[in-house]
Design a protein around this ligand. Structure first.
Ligand code: SAM
Length: 243
């Protein structure tokens, strides 16, 4: 059964799309989409030989070679111009996702939707989108096996700069706390506006992580350790204010 994380990503793919899934590993996502008739065509891109072969095997076993093409290569280099209208990149760090998008910009001409799931560094992805004419349409936070995942869904906009100004404009949350732009980039402009239980849990667990590190620093005694402790404490208290 497909993970909740990949199912959530799949749910954002508009029916009938042509999709490129970059860093596809075993091609689980494209196979799932193709089996359900949700895509007309898909590319499963992989940079590493092991996962590439696993993906190839998976697609052949499922009898989906006519719909899913498995290709070996770096990032969006495996995609031909005008071939796909949706790109998914999941299960890697936000800076790598931003790097893949940056390097592959000339392949995004026909792409209308980006569905991105960074494991860490979500802010890197939001910054890249903002700087390149993309606007967040939806953000979802989900928990699976004790881990939290953000799925970011972005579309092009003719007024991207204005839309992003509006999206990231400092604003008060329910409790009255004002979130500044860098904080909206970190917490998510959509996620923080309608925080649910998982938003609270996710940032509570972030506080717990900081508390553990700060506890370790307390025995450090050096000036640098004290400074780091103070920075983390400020961050910790700010997260507490937000949630
Ligand atoms: N997307 C799948 C998922 O979310 O379950 C697989 C995630 S897996 C942890 C990350 C995959 O990305 C690995 O199989 C790795 O080989 C691949 N990868 C890393 N950098 C890549 C790049 N620049 N281009 C294509 N694939 C890449």
């Amino acid at each position: 059964k497909l993970s909740k994380r990949l199912q959530t990503i799949a749910s954002f793919v508009p029916p009938g799309s042509a999709v490129a899934d970059i860093g596809s590993d075993h091609a689980l996502l494209p196979v799932y989409l193709a089996e359900r008739g949700r895509v007309s065509f898909a590319v499963a891109g992989e940079i590493n030989a092991g996962p590439f072969e696993a993906a190839d095997k998976q697609v052949k076993m499922a009898g989906l070679s006519n719909i899913v093409q498995v290709r070996l290569g770096d990032g969006l280099a495996v995609v031909k111009p005008d071939e796909v209208d949706v790109v998914t990149i999941a299960g890697m760090g936000g800076s790598l996702i931003a790097h893949i998008l940056e390097e592959g910009q000339q392949k995004l001409g026909s792409v209308r939707k980006l569905i991105l799931q960074p494991n860490v560094g979500e802010d890197q992805v939001r910054l890249w989108l903002m700087a390149h004419g993309w606007v967040l349409e939806n953000e979802v936070l989900l928990e699976e096996d004790g881990k939290y995942y953000e799925v970011l869904c972005a579309v092009r906009s003719a007024n991207a700069d204005q839309d992003n100004l509006d999206l990231y404009r400092p604003r008060p949350l329910d409790g009255g706390v004002i979130l500044e732009t860098p904080e909206l980039i970190r917490f998510g402009p959509i996620l923080s506006t309608r925080p649910d239980e998982s938003f609270y849990d996710r940032w509570s667990s972030e506080i717990e992580k900081l508390d553990k590190i700060m506890h370790g620093l307390e025995n450090g005694g050096t000036e640098a350790a004290r400074k780091r402790w103070q920075e983390m404490n400020d961050e910790r208290n700010r997260i507490e204010e937000v949630i």
